[in-house]
Design a protein around this ligand. Structure first.
Ligand code: ADP
Ligand code: MG
Length: 334
């Protein structure tokens, strides 16, 4: 069945964020450039040394790429499969401030700024509106956060409550008491997104660190029923805004923050191990169980599922080290 797929099961992309107003006005050099949509060149500040990463990426989006460019290339092939009953996952990876949330959500109301998530829902609702009368659909949303290896429901009245991960042979891995909401319009989706985003990283005290220390997973499930043949298909898509990948310097971080950083590093490295094990056909053991993130996504990673990762980088010379780290990570997962 999977042979008909025209899309690779695991694709890795890079997106370069344009300079913001401050960067543009501070005389900083842009050290990242893109070659033929598929290679990234990073010049080491104050040297002529250039680091180049290429062929493993499905595509590299340069600073001029629009939200729609990214949506079409990264998400559309996966959304189309959702209606056929396939699962999929899209990850936004990268240092804080490089555009993970912008890429996944963006501005939900202003069209050119809409990110992957609002565009996916528009696609789903328009697909449903043109379907024939034999079909009926149920679209359900859950939105959770993993912070310090603890799971919280971003849509619950009490978003502070820690939820348990359970496993049953009939349903697989699931989060106990996680609320699912049925949606049938962009208004209902936007309401849920706004509510969930307000609840992100409750545990954080520093304002600027609000959402960057947690992984947020928005899951949309589509059940398509054909009334005349009495058959149903069920597809699930996970949209994951990962915690910032930046290394926290040990001299700066204290107690809580250091433990938190350790957990983030661990879960991101487990994720990298899982994806690279999926790509490497010779590996039989996939270490899903080594983090909450991979455990929860287990049924949507591997097999017939489609996975895409967008690794975000800044173009600034100040972020050189993190940019190299991100490209090495993105290169290694494939
Ligand atoms: P992250 O979630 O990785 O911490 P954000 O998505 O919050 O980063 O992006 C940081 C800032 O940069 C935001 O103000 C965002 O609007 C802006 N930004 C990110 N990517 C782009 C882009 N491709 N084009 C324009 N602005 C962007
Ligand atoms: Mg963010």
């Amino acid at each position: 069945m999977n042979k008909e797929s025209t899309v690779e099961n695991v694709r890795v992309f890079v997106r370069v964020r344009p300079f913001n107003f401050l960067e543009g006005n501070s005389g900083l050099r842009q050290v990242v450039s893109v070659e033929e949509n598929e290679a990234v060149l990073v010049t080491k500040p104050n040297t002529a040394k250039t680091y180049k990463k290429s062929y493993n990426f499905s595509k590299v989006f340069d600073i001029s790429a629009t939200q729609m460019d990214v949506y079409r290339t990264v998400a559309v092939p996966i959304v189309e499969k959702l209606f056929e009953g396939y699962n999929g996952t899209i990850f936004a990876y990268g240092q804080s401030g490089t555009g993970k949330t912008y890429t996944m959500i963006g501005d939900t109301l202003k069209d050119p700024q809409k990110g992957i998530i609002p565009n996916i829902f528009s696609h789903i609702f328009s697909e449903i509106s043109v379907a024939n009368n034999d079909m009926s659909y149920l679209v359900t949303v859950t939105y959770l956060e993993i912070y310090n290896e603890e799971v919280r429901d971003l849509l619950a009245d009490d978003a502070n409550k820690k939820l348990a991960i359970r496993e049953r042979t009939d349903v697989g891995v699931y989060v106990k008491d996680l609320l699912g909401f049925t949606v049938d319009s962009m208004e209902s989706v936007n309401d849920l997104l706004n509510r969930g985003n307000k609840n992100r990283a409750i545990g954080s005290t520093k304002l600027n660190a609000l959402s960057s220390r947690s992984h947020a997973i928005l899951t949309v499930a589509v059940e398509s029923k054909n009334k005349s043949t009495n058959t149903a298909k069920f597809g699930k898509l996970n949209l994951v805004d990962l915690a910032g990948s930046e290394r926290v310097s040990k001299s700066q971080a204290t107690g809580e923050r250091l433990r938190e950083a350790g957990k983030i590093n661990l879960s991101l490295s487990v994720l990298g191990n899982v994806i690279s094990a999926l790509v490497d056909q010779s590996t039989t053991h996939i270490p899903y169980r080594n983090s909450k993130l991979t455990r929860l996504l287990q049924d949507s990673l591997g097999g017939n599922s489609l996975t895409a990762m967008v690794a975000m980088v800044s173009a600034s010379e100040l972020d050189y080290d993190e940019t190299i780290n991100t490209l090495m990570y993105a290169d290694r997962v494939k």
